[in-house]
Design a protein. Structure first.
Length: 116
């Protein structure tokens, strides 16, 4: 049998991606614009933001709840949270995708059993 473990004499190879240059725009410029529009009170922007993000927000909350009804309620709460907090979104300080993910995370934690 062949020993498939890495030998101590052979260095571990890993790909080191080049660091992103400073000032590089964050992915999701459309999402950034939608968040800024939500912050300005444009309800239509929230609808577009929902359409653009529900494909990855819902699976995340479903994974946290493992229940379709609870996931639907939680996803609704996430979008309510986004609407309420969007005036505080700072496009110069945060990536739009990261900001939305943070809202999902915070809402999941806030509604998890035993967190109150």
């Amino acid at each position: 049998m062949t020993d498939r473990r890495r030998s101590a004499s052979r260095p571990l190879r890993r790909a080191d991606p080049a660091p992103a240059p400073l000032g590089r725009p964050c992915y999701g410029d459309d999402l950034r614009r939608l968040l800024l529009a939500c912050g300005a009170g444009e309800i239509a922007a929230l609808g577009r933001l929902y359409d653009e993000t529900v494909g990855w927000v819902y699976p995340m909350v479903f994974r946290a709840t493992l229940d379709r009804t609870a996931a639907t309620t939680l996803a609704t709460d996430v979008y309510r949270r986004i609407w309420i907090r969007s005036p505080h979104f700072d496009a110069t300080a945060a990536c739009a995708v990261g900001w939305v993910l943070r809202q999902v995370r915070d809402q999941v934690i806030a509604t998890a059993p035993g967190t109150r």
